[in-house]
Design a protein around this ligand. Sequence first.
Ligand code: IPM
Ligand code: MG
Length: 403
Amino acid sequence: MQNDVIQKSLEHFKGILEDQLQRVERLKKSADWIDYSKVKPVIIGVIGGDGIGPYIADEAKRALTFLLKDEVDSGNVVLRTIEGWTIEKRAEVKKAIPDDVLAEIKKCHICLKGPTTTPKKGDKWPNIESANVAMRKELDLFANIRPVRVLSEGIDWTFFRENTEDLYALGNRGLDVTDDLAFDFKVITTQGSDRIIRAAFDYAKANGKKRVTAVTKANVVKATDGKFLTVFYEIAKGYPEIEADDWFIDIMTAKLIDTKRRTQFEVFVLPNLYGDILTDEAAEFQGGVGTAGSANVGKQYAMFEAIHGSAPRMVDEGRAQFADPSSMLRASSMLLKHLGHKEKGEQLGMALDICGTYEQKFKLTGRSDGATGREYVDYVMETIQRDDLKEKWERLTGARQPA
Ligand code: IPM
Ligand code: MG
């Protein structure tokens, strides 16, 4: 009996090893970065997702259409809505990404995505893989970039979370060996670490940042986190002008609430799960996960999304129009910058700081006593058009506009 169990488990593990060894070979031959300036038209897919997703995605699309008016008019940019990536449809076809949706996504160069419900054990949905996780793997969106800033408190962080490996890589291929024994697998590769760490250092260099901090638990999780850390210090040698240091995830979590120390961090790079957790904590200082945008960037595709859930209760209670579109607007700002429309991205970012953090003419409460998402986006668009946008932003934040 015990031999049978071991044999079956070994078979399972063998399959995983074969797949991962092949994956490493694919990573070694990885493609070049897409150059958006050479693509015409650039197709931007807007994906609603579930719950409040379609509401806030529509609002973000309105803001993007406004900001990209000239490009859309000249045919350089096309904005396209992609339907059908809903939990109902995913449950029906029992797939994280229905085939027709995936085909549509692949026709776009870049996407903006609303939240998608992640089924978990015990709820009413079949136990399909998370749509986000599947998409990151499918399109090889290895860099999860999450900025958090409260400039008036000296917080200006950019997280580079590895997005395709670690405990997530095989999250749906864990093993119930017996009723009493379960295994999950943590995967870290040299190539997967190399590309995210390089992206973090390149970003630091291009944006005048002086420090890159790696976060692991390499004192305990020695093989995988140990590899990540070794690659980190190897790559750091190529960037002598940038200070490289590393922290363990537990003390890093604590240091983010240490008001004296936290202002000294600039760019973080970390494996998937630590990045998932630390970025939620970080976003809380800025006003919560609802205010944070997120970029999933690969060499060929990129997808920008909210980092919060789909709030189905708001839809059930008829409150979807009061949902806060800020996260999708933050994601849109990142999308614009990623496409090379740096100034437009900055303008949207400044307007969001003014409207959401400082001036707050319209407050979103998620209920009828607050503004609707539509009113809020109108307010943001009006703010962008102010002649004194930059001066106002500098006055309110006490910061200078990033160069
Ligand atoms: C995120 C989310 C996802 C993740 C979930 C929805 C699978 O928490 O984007 O941070 O864990 O990556
Ligand atoms: Mg998360």
